[in-house]
Design a binder for this molecule. Structure first.
Ligand code: FES
Length: 215
């Protein structure tokens, strides 16, 4: 189940991927695939407003944090937003989804989020890879070559997935799989877990993505 959202004007400008940005290594080209449509839709809304900015205003807005209202999210839902031109997911995990992380613990390549290619913020270096177990925030870009994985939350056997699939994400490009905390499974092309962006809670229902000073 997935959804997309509009964001505040100041942070809405990141309509395109930014190869020159040090936070966006060139190899992580965002290849739009089915499922990224929500993020693209959000970008389209932003363009007319942002086009009125001066170049310096536009550059500043492109790096601005994004505020997200999560008050309407249902358990099991995925919300797509855009930050710095990248798709960012917010997943409201159910108790069953959280339980699945115990099962996948021994199947993932970096359960402790110790790898450094895309360092996990200290506050997310736990089994859930999140501040609050219920909400998972991740950049929806595969750490292999930059495709956008799809959500495969339904457990059980299905095409391209193992019979004991517990729910997670599947990258369609070369078959990397990630659990419901974005941890890459062992022996997959992707070298690292999905990136957890800096984020913090402004309140119980408002997330700020791109800044974590208040965390
Ligand atoms: S880009 Fe995801 S597996 Fe290759």
């Amino acid at each position: 189940m997935s959804n997309s959202t509009s964001m505040s004007p100041a942070s809405n400008s990141a309509a395109g991927f930014t190869p020159g940005n040090p936070n966006d290594p060139a190899r992580r080209t965002w290849i739009a695939v089915a499922g990224a449509a929500g993020a693209v839709g959000g970008a389209c809304v932003a363009v007319p407003f942002v086009s009125t900015f001066t170049p310096s205003e536009r550059a500043k807005a492109a790096g601005a944090p994004v505020e997200v209202d999560i008050s309407a999210m249902k358990p099991g839902e995925l919300l797509r937003v855009e930050w710095r031109g990248k798709p960012v997911w917010v997943v409201r995990r159910t108790p069953e989804m959280l339980e699945s992380l115990k099962k996948t613990e021994s199947q993932v390549a970096d359960a402790e989020s110790a790898r450094k290619a895309y360092p996990t913020p200290e506050y997310a270096r736990n089994q859930y890879r999140s501040i609050k177990p219920e909400y998972f925030v991740a950049v929806g870009i595969c750490s292999h070559l930059g495709c956008s994985p799809g959500d495969k939350f339904q457990p059980g056997a299905q095409p391209s997935l193992p019979d004991d699939w517990a729910g997670g994400f599947l990258c369609p490009c070369h078959g990397s799989t990630f659990d419901l905390a974005g941890r890459v499974f062992k022996n997959k092309p992707a070298p690292d877990n999905l990136e957890v962006p800096p984020h913090t809670y402004l309140s119980d229902t408002r997330l700020l993505i791109g800044e974590d000073k208040k965390a």
